[in-house]
Design a protein around this ligand. Sequence first.
Ligand code: HEC
Length: 221
Amino acid sequence: MTRSHDRLTGFLRRHASALGVLLVLLLLLLGLTVWIVVHGVSARDQPTSAEVFLARTLRHAAMPRRECAMVNPVQPSDAVLEEGRMHWADHCALCHGNDGRGNTEIGRNLYPKAPDMTAPATQGLSDGELFAIIKNGVRLTGMPAWGGASQAQDDQTWKLVLFIRHLPKVTPDELDRMRTMNPISPMERREAQAEDDFLNGTDAPPSAEGGAAPTARKESR
Ligand code: HEC
């Protein structure tokens, strides 16, 4: 009995610091569980700045250094920027907005929210980190992984990186052109068609309602 007691005391003394760390981690986990239960899991809430800081720091820490250091192999030009712009309007603007500020119905109601990508927090990320985020997505957030393994798809992603760098300078004229590339639902298409018909005085007869032909401009990456 005394011998086992001595052995336990010895063990506790030898591993005091490791046990201390374990205790702190357990308390943190308990605190986090209580915090989640008390605050609920609604995606409407605005994440606290501590959460944003922690999430971004962990995301950065989990990003392989090799990927962060990658250099954009695509040289910027008007044509390349146009490709990135149209690709963004078609695939990314749903959450991020054409102007990249994340002020869309989906973007502002996600948790974490789609960030304002014109702000220094995003613009300060390296090209390689932006590329890796687009290619692999971000776990436990609304950010999906895009593209596949081919070089052509990687090039598309690098063009998106160039467009992200351009976001702070995007002009109203560019935004107008991007709106024509934003995907719209069949219901929105029908509404737009009905509005056009009304304005042109060519209202469709009731039987043809909802029969607007779908456009085939949405392509997959
Ligand atoms: C379904 C919604 C959604 C779509 C569509 C989407 N994203 Fe995101 N994206 C997010 C969310 C949410 C975040 C925030 C992730 C986080 O906090 O780690 C994000 C983060 C990012 C970031 C990191 C910015 C930063 O500062 O944290 C980049 C870069 C990015 N997205 C690029 C893209 C590109 C390019 C596309 C289109 C090919 C795209 N996203 C499509 C939701 C989306």
